[in-house]
Design a protein around this ligand. Structure first.
Ligand code: ADP
Ligand code: ASP
Ligand code: MG
Length: 453
């Protein structure tokens, strides 16, 4: 039986939106401006996750201490602006002690599980502090540990959520709290069946927000960040980029998967499943408007956006024992599946296969996909070539498969660049190709000028 609940909005605030006391105050004002916002999902304050990832790398004692001091200063800059700093100060101090202890452990036993445990402290601290900021506005607010609901597998650093369990746990543990008060929780973190802390990969708070929106059948997800919407490309790379007012789920998903950092690549999966619109706006300029991502958009132009994904590795495998192509490919895909290599973009010819390994995303920042065991096994079936230092450029749009002049328009002015693998055809929303990393930004500028300005 489905019950009818009052429709809620899930609001997520990224690192810069909770970077310091002033940013937290602006974000609190946004939350309180709309009574439908009943659940707030927070990232760690800007810079904190990077510091914690570094600490998980097993640093030498004095370097470790410097980083912990930097962390403490960031937290105390916020605590010192609160009217009642004592109790929360002690709570944060206890978390910083934990961080110190875990960072010392990482010197002897570095692992992705330890990294996840350590980095989870960033979201714990920001969410505890944000609750204090809201309580100062005399709002009934409850802090909630997201790990009680966000159940994942145990792929530390890039864990996969278990959707059905999350829905059950959210109904049981989170819904009753939302009925009583405004609830503040952490993005990015979850726990496996054994109760160990996991993370959803870098930028994962967006994904948490949409997973919880799905579980609670929310009316909308609001992603508050440092840009007033989704632009035609990253405005840091091309300052001429313009905001796109509405995007379809398919276009925005393609952008996120192809590297537009404004949304975690998986954010739109739950939104698509439950048809929940996602709004993206700037917490520093809430009145500047933003982008609404929803199921349908009105007849958009053919080319919509460009995305760039850095740190790509190309793995080229050539058949050495003269097997027919279908058997060779079956062997290779079976090996990749056994080693749990998430396939990204692939091109295939009669005797070889080229695939992209995406080294970005995992919390610990290591390209753990390309293990020695994997390479050894692949080498027994094929000649293996690895090319690093590449970047993936993607053109996103609609009905690209029916665009006759597209290749001419895209590649005509890139004739000085060594274009590597090109992928087009499987998705009608993207044309992707690899370039040497050092020329990717200039290619983005050229393409933006030619196709989107
Ligand atoms: P948050 O910490 O709020 O999650 P992120 O840094 O993860 O913020 O994402 C916001 C950033 O995404 C922007 O500052 C911008 O540089 C980058 N970005 C990349 N592609 C785009 C795009 N197409 N539109 C807007 N921002 C983009
Ligand atoms: N704090 C995490 C990160 O920096 C998650 C997030 O911000 O979405 O990756
Ligand atoms: Mg982000």
């Amino acid at each position: 039986m489905t019950r009818n609940y009052p429709q809620i909005i899930v609001a997520k605030f990224g690192g810069t939106s909770v970077a310091d006391f002033d940013a937290m105050s602006r974000s609190a004002t946004i939350v309180l401006a709309d009574k439908a916002v009943r659940l707030v999902v927070l990232s760690a304050s800007a810079g904190v996750t990077n510091l914690l990832v570094e600490l998980s790398g097993g640093l030498e004692s004095s370097v470790r201490q410097d980083k912990i001091d930097t962390l403490r200063t960031l937290q105390y800059n916020i605590i010192s602006r609160l009217k009642q700093p004592e109790a929360i100060g002690q709570e944060i101090e206890r978390l910083i002690d934990n961080i110190s202890h875990l960072a010392a452990m990482a010197v002897d036993s570095r692992s992705a599980a330890l990294c996840d445990e350590l980095v989870s402290h960033g979201e714990m601290m920001s969410s505890l502090l944000f609750v204090e900021v809201l309580r100062e506005r005399e709002v009934e607010t409850q802090w909630f540990d997201a790990r009680k609901v966000i159940r994942t597998d145990d792929t530390f650093g890039c864990a996969a959520p278990e959707i059905h369990t999350i829905a059950e746990l959210a109904e049981k543990r989170l819904r009753p709290r939302i009925d009583q008060a405004l609830v503040v929780t952490q993005g990015f973190i979850g726990s496996d069946a054994a109760g160990q802390t996991t993370t959803l990969g870098r930028g994962g708070s967006d994904y948490t927000a949409s997973l919880l929106a799905e579980a609670l059948q929310a009316a909308r997800v609001d992603i508050w960040t440092d840009v007033a919407g989704i632009y035609t490309t990253d405005p840091r790379i091309v300052p001429q980029a313009k905001r796109i007012d509405t995007l379809s789920f398919a276009e925005a998903s393609e952008m996120a998967v192809c590297g537009a950092k404004v949304l975690h690549p998986a954010t739109l999966l739950p939104a698509v499943r439950k048809n929940i619109p996602v709004f993206v706006g700037s917490s520093a300029q809430p009145r500047a408007g933003g982008t609404l991502v929803c199921r349908d958009t009105q007849e958009p132009p053919r080319y919509r956006a460009l995305a760039l994904r850095r740190q790509q590795t190309l793995l080229k495998l050539t058949c050495v024992n003269g097997q027919p192509a279908h058997r060779f490919l079956a062997e290779i895909f079976a090996i990749l599946s056994r080693h749990d290599v998430a396939l990204d973009l692939v091109t295939i010819s009669e005797s070889s296969i080229a695939l992209i390994l995406n080294a970005t995303g995992s919390t610990s920042g290591q390209a753990e996909t390309m293990t020695t065991a994997l390479l050894t096994e692949l080498s027994s079936y094929s000649h293996v070539e690895i090319e690093t230092g590449l970047a993936l450029v993607s053109l996103i749009g609609n009905a690209l498969a029916q665009a006759p002049a597209m290749c001419k328009e895209v590649f005509a002015d890139l004739d000085t660049h060594a274009v590597r693998m090109i992928c087009h055809g499987a998705s009608s929303h993207a044309l992707c190709f690899l370039l040497p990393a050092e020329c990717a930004e200039s290619a983005m500028k050229t393409l933006h000028r030619n196709l989107l300005e």
